[in-house]
Design a protein around this ligand. Structure first.
Ligand SMILES: Nc1nc2c(c(=O)[nH]1)N[C@H]1C(S)=C(S)[C@@H](COP(=O)(O)O)O[C@H]1N2
Ligand SMILES: [Mo]
Length: 330
């Protein structure tokens, strides 16, 4: 396939909402996160195609009309940027919760006959250029093939409308529960393979030092796949005026791949259980705690989530580190 036009060209992102602006359960498209490492490809639906090759019995090339003939499904999920791959331990609060519509990747692969030896799905986008001083032939990511049967999509809609160019028009991969970096936009190729992909976005970047010895010490690394437990207080806002004598609700959102089972809220370091709504699919979960300050003073608020597998948000140094801020009661 010939190369497409990029507009804009080069790194492009939307400034994410601040936590206190994340009031909607379903984030409007205009407020959704946007992250494009090398630019925004512009492609017509009629010119787009998706090649499926590698360890399959029958390789295929799907047109958009072919894609649209697969059963259409919807998945509402948290969509979070892992943050800059050049600063992998910076906390990332670039997050939203949106509904994707498209075809199940499992249904598409079923007609291609995956080989038993296939362990990973490599996905390639139409974008190319330069990032972090490296020439990028194409944006390529990978995911373990077991994940496909869950709810991985080739999506062509966001919140019920056709994808905007910056979100991957006409079609993109969506891996619910994985960080956004894995959900390849403007997807043009899927390759089934017996090993991980070897491009810069799967080797040089987006691999964390493993807990048992970091990469710098010659240890193992873990791919930036599953979303770690995280939570954000939406209200009160950092600049909000709080009445010392009135009860207010501290509330926010919590999420993790596989869901969150507990959220605690701290006022000046005193952690207490918040109420947490049950997990609904892959959406973020609302938590809340009633609180009365009782004194005219400035206090620090923080929240921390625990995932279903018992992982808890760390204090600092990780992309899911605890978010805290000061509020003043008058
Ligand atoms: N082809 C391609 N896909 C991509 C990217 C990219 O630069 N090129 N950026 C990734 C990153 S880092 C994120 S966080 C998400 C953001 O998706 P969005 O811009 O639609 O919110 O897309 C991912 N998919
Ligand atoms: Mo990202």
């Amino acid at each position: 396939m010939s190369r497409v036009t990029l507009d804009p060209h080069g790194f492009y992102r939307r400034l994410p909402l601040a936590p206190h602006q994340m009031r909607d359960r379903l984030t409007p498209v205009k407020d959704a996160i946007v992250l494009c490492h090398v630019g925004v490809p512009r492609m017509a639906r009629e010119k787009w195609s998706l090649a499926i090759d590698g360890l399959v019995a029958s390789p295929r090339i799907l047109t958009f009309a072919d894609l649209a003939r697969f059963r259409r499904v919807e998945v509402t999920c948290v969509h979070q940027c892992a943050g800059s791959p050049l600063q992998p331990s910076e906390p990332s609060r670039r997050v939203c919760n949106v509904t994707w519509g498209g075809a199940r990747l499992g249904d598409i692969l079923a007609v291609c006959g995956p080989h038993a030896a296939a362990r990973y799905v490599w996905s390639t986008g139409a974008d190319f250029g330069e990032f972090g001083g490296v020439t990028i032939e194409a944006y390529v990511k990978d995911l373990p093939i077991e994940r496909v049967t869950a709810d991985v999509l080739i999506a062509y809609e966001m919140n019920g409308a056709a994808l905007a160019p910056e979100h991957g028009f006409p079609a993109r991969l969506v891996v619910p529960g994985f960080y956004g970096t894995n959900s390849v936009k403007w997807i043009t190729r899927l390759t089934l393979a017996d090993r991980r992909a070897s491009g810069p976005f799967t080797t040089r970047w987006y691999n964390d030092p493993s807990p048992n010895g970091g990469a710098s010490e010659g240890g193992q690394t873990v791919p930036v796949w599953s979303i770690a437990p995280q939570s954000l207080i939406v209200a009160p806002a950092p600049e909000a005026r709080i009445e010392a004598s009135e009860t207010c609700e501290i509330w926010g959102w919590a999420w993790a791949d596989g869901g969150v089972v507990a959220v605690e809220v701290a006022v000046d370091g005193d952690w207490q259980s918040a109420s947490l709504e049950p997990l609904n699919g892959r959406s973020w979960q609302r938590f809340a705690m009633a609180w009365q300050c009782r004194q005219r003073t400035t206090v620090t608020l923080a929240s921390r989530a625990t995932s279903a597998d018992g992982e808890i948000q760390p204090v600092s140094g990780r992309r899911n580190a605890i978010y805290s801020f000061a509020v003043t009661a008058t």
